[in-house]
Design a binder for this molecule. Structure first.
Ligand SMILES: [Zn+2]
Length: 85
């Protein structure tokens, strides 16, 4: 048994070295954030694609602003490849 730190709540816990979460609640929380992160990233990418092909510059600017807003709403701790400490 090793002293580990939960990736979600940062509390120390004991477990196998490959465990990242102290509980199912923490694992689910991370999965939910991960899903939200992915959805917002995907939506922003779609908006940027539409911005790229937009002929009206004001429409393009609007789409880019929308994309940036979606990216800024991504939850902390939802990004992929979060390295456990
Ligand atoms: Zn936890």
């Amino acid at each position: 048994m090793a002293a580990l730190t939960c990736t979600t709540c940062r509390r120390p816990f004991e477990g196998r070295p490959n465990r990242r979460y102290c509980s199912t609640v923490c694992r689910r929380q991370r999965e939910a954030k991960r899903r939200a992160w992915d959805n917002l990233t995907r939506t922003a990418a779609r908006l940027r694609q539409r911005a790229e092909v937009a002929t009206d510059p004001r429409q393009r600017e609007h789409l880019e602003r929308q994309a940036a807003r979606f990216l800024s709403r991504r939850p902390e701790g939802g990004q992929p490849e979060e390295v456990p400490t």
